[in-house]
Design a protein around this ligand. Structure first.
Ligand code: ADP
Ligand code: TRP
Length: 346
């Protein structure tokens, strides 16, 4: 076995599903960025994974466009633009390519080879138990073989760089359990301890509520985008549901979505002061919403500048992703040498 690493190797993937929202920011991105200094970080944009739902995304967009008599983007255009948006969002929010390896999954095609090899040591039963597959099927998404084997590709992403820690949300924990199972099946089948057992790293971030009070999620259409500005930001915040209390009436901050979102940006003192104003009465929801817009504007001011600047330099963004891929491929190819040799493919 290799020598233990001085710093843990951290890896996570983000699906390129368009514009990221405050739930993604407080639930995942902030944590990813903080972890750049805690270990050797690998972050990638999971474009191969996105292909499992792209057809549905493109169809939904085509239906909306038809109603609005607009032209819809092709599936390929949607994917390319979504990848670009996620890359810009992460870089603008502080992902530093000098400290973390940042790449596009499809630039490391070795993962698909490893996924195939892992699929040959993995039982159908393991995949049939996957919640994400069962949930998507229940939502009426017609299941492709790729959707079914999604967890195998995810295991390959993680195992190919032999990551130690994987920061993810609670919804991904089962995928990590499956990854450990697949690492074990491979090691046992071929009698070589090539793969370590990666652990999930759960962030302690609360579930960020959306404008309707449910979990913020693009599938519920209740998001506030991280990089919304001006009128679009105001409209999103104005849409946050509140109760019908008048300005004069005292209000309960603990059940208010505007307060919950405001709290994510406020210092403990500001939060306490706002809570007192709620309880005292004389504070309208409009005022709190204006305070929230102000907080969002302050918090993301620098990131917006960086994003605008990066968006003008698509070649530089492309260079960052390619040089990240070169680094990731070195690791991937070294792992594949061991894997091929263990299986007798060489
Ligand atoms: P969506 O629900 O919008 O499709 P994803 O499932 O792509 O979002 O989320 C990517 C990551 O962002 C998740 O693994 C989770 O950690 C985080 N996340 C998403 N929504 C929220 C939320 N409302 N609150 C906290 N974290 C969230
Ligand atoms: N399945 C993850 C999600 O939907 C994205 C992902 C793909 C991922 N491969 C990964 C996350 C590897 C962590 C590690 O959020």
């Amino acid at each position: 076995m290799d020598m233990p690493r001085p710093k843990p190797r951290i890896l996570s993937g983000v699906q390129p599903s368009g514009k990221l929202h405050l739930g993604n920011y407080f639930g995942a991105i902030q944590n990813h960025i903080a972890l750049q200094d805690r270990g050797e970080a690998f972050y990638f944009i999971a474009d191969y994974h996105a292909l499992t739902t792209l057809k549905n995304v493109a169809q939904a967009e085509a239906d909306r466009a038809k109603k609005a008599r607009q032209t819809a983007r092709s599936a390929a255009e949607i994917l390319r633009e979504n990848v670009r948006d996620v890359a810009l969002d992460y870089l603008a929010l502080g992902l530093d390519p000098a400290r973390a390896t940042f790449y596009r999954q499809s630039d490391v095609p070795e993962v698909t080879e490893l996924a195939w090899i892992l699929s040959t040591v993995t039982g159908m039963g393991l995949l049939e138990r996957a919640h994400s597959y069962k949930d998507k099927k229940e939502k009426g998404i017609e299941a492709s073989v790729g959707l079914f084997t999604y967890p195998v590709l995810m295991a390959a992403d993680i195992l190919i760089v032999r990551a130690d820690q994987v920061p993810v949300g609670r919804d991904q924990v089962q995928h990590l359990e499956m990854t450990r199972d697949m690492a074990g099946y491979f090691n046992n089948t071929y009698g070589r301890p090539i793969f370590p057992e990666p652990k999930e790293l759960l962030s302690h971030a609360p579930v960020v509520p959306g404008t309707d009070g449910q979990k913020m999620s693009k599938s519920y259409g209740n998001t506030i985008e991280i990089f919304a500005e001006g009128k679009a930001l105001q409209a999103a915040v104005a849409g946050i549901k509140t109760d019908s209390r008048t300005v004069e009436e005292p209000k309960d901050p603990t059940t208010c979505n505007v307060f919950a979102l405001y709290s994510l940006f406020a210092t403990p003192e500001e939060r306490e002061e706002m809570a007192q104003r709620y309880r005292a009465g004389g504070l309208g929801y409009g005022t709190v919403k204006a305070a929230l817009v102000e907080k969002i504007n302050q918090h993301f001011a620098e990131a917006r500048e960086r994003r605008r600047d990066l968006a003008k330099r698509p070649d530089d963004v492309e260079d960052i992703l390619r040089s990240g891929a070169r680094r990731a491929r070195e690791e991937a190819q070294a792992t594949m040498e061991l894997v091929r040799s263990a299986c007798g493919l060489r």
